[in-house]
Design a protein around this ligand. Structure first.
Ligand code: ADP
Ligand code: TRP
Length: 337
């Protein structure tokens, strides 16, 4: 089983990125052949400063390693190191209906927020599909907001196969039945981690760098404390039971506390007697317990940039071997070779 996912290097990583994405990635590294990449081409849509783009790319790579990705188990690489992906992006684009791109949630959301769309934003899902299909990935772990993109990748892989593979039957994509051919592009499956599907930010909306409501994984410690102490709460008095609905503090405690300790938190939350401030202090403790070891590993890695370069080069070499195989077949199928 080949597992693949990517994360954009478009900002500092936050709790939403960790619990919604990175943690799942790292857990999956022992379940199959895992490939993880830093989507630095996608990031160009928003990061328009070369120095910052380079820095954030390294930042995400270092975060993966510090948080437990083992480069001898999983392949870690930069999206832009694999030119086959951008070639597939074009070829795939020739079978992508514009209507699909027009109904992409991520695109519509950005337009709704008043962002003037560039072609890069419009074409974002096509590049993402190329990322997935170039490595013939079986499973793509992603957050809820990315599910539609995986469905697009499946649709477009099917369209491509129907167009270019003789004997391809969309009902039998692996070509298992007699007379059926296997597709050139393999259909990926999304994997969603339900329990922590959407991590709330300190204001209760989805945690996102674009809402300024994040708690950064490796941010300045004073700032982290300030953010946690500033989590939005209501005016329920100390002695009263607290509402669990629409409470980012409760939700973050549920995610960060060890299950055995959460049982007690949940009990006191529902019966009353403790103030929100006390719960916030608890959350800050859990934050440190969870991320301080990774913070120390990150600092070690930052002191040795040569080691990071070696890991990324080796990752690119392994990823490229796979993508080259897929692209050879694609080029012949469409008549480029
Ligand atoms: P942001 O919303 O801060 O711009 P990205 O869109 O770069 O974050 O997300 C990177 C990854 O982290 C994606 O896989 C996304 O699903 C996940 N993710 C981001 N924010 C959250 C969140 N609040 N809850 C769950 N997952 C999230
Ligand atoms: N769009 C994804 C995100 O915002 C990042 C990404 C790019 C990705 N290409 C991918 C995720 C391919 C999975 C597979 O997080």
């Amino acid at each position: 089983m080949r597992i693949l996912s990517g994360i954009q290097s478009s900002g500092r990583l936050h709790l939403g990125n960790y619990f919604g994405a990175i943690r799942q990635f790292i857990e999956l590294q022992h379940e199959g052949e895992a490939l993880f990449f830093i989507a630095n081409l996608h990031a160009l849509n928003t990061v328009r400063d070369a120095e910052l783009a380079r820095e954030l790319t390294r930042e995400v790579a270092v975060a993966f390693l510090a948080l437990g990705l083992d480069p001898t188990q999983a392949v870690l690489f930069r999206q832009s190191d694999i030119p086959e992906v951008t070639e597939l992006y074009w070829v795939l684009g020739t079978v992508v209906p514009v209507a699909h791109l027009e109904r992409a949630h991520s695109y519509k959301d950005k337009i709704a927020r008043g962002i003037a769309p560039d072609f890069g934003l419009f074409a974002y899902p096509v590049l993402m599909a190329a990322d997935i299909l170039a490595y013939a990935a079986d499973v793509v772990p992603v957050g809820k907001d990315q599910i539609q993109h995986i469905e697009f990748a499946r649709d477009w892989a099917t369209k491509f196969n129907v167009q270019y593979v003789k004997g391809y039957d969309p009902q039998d994509p692996a070509g298992l039945e007699k007379g059926h051919a296997k597709g050139i592009l393999k259909l990926p499956a999304a994997r969603l981690q339900e329990r922590t599907a959407v991590i709330p930010g300190i204001d209760g909306q989805k945690m996102s760098k674009s809402y300024g409501n994040t708690i950064e994984l490796f941010g300045d410690e004073k700032e982290i404390k300030k953010r946690i102490m500033g989590i939005k709460t209501d005016s329920t008095p100390v002695e009263a039971p607290k509402p669990t609905e629409n409470s980012p503090l409760y939700e973050l405690l549920r995610i960060m506390a060890p299950p055995s300790e959460f049982a007690e938190i949940d009990r006191s939350w529902r019966s009353g007697g403790k103030g929100y401030g006390e719960y916030k202090k608890k959350l800050l403790e859990y934050f440190h317990a969870t991320f301080d070891p990774a913070r120390r590993r990150r600092e070690e890695l930052l002191r040795d940039p040569g080691e990071l370069d070696r890991i990324l080069e080796e990752g690119a070499r392994r990823a490229r071997e796979i993508a080259t195989g897929v692209l050879d077949a694609v080029r012949v199928a469409v008549g480029l070779k």
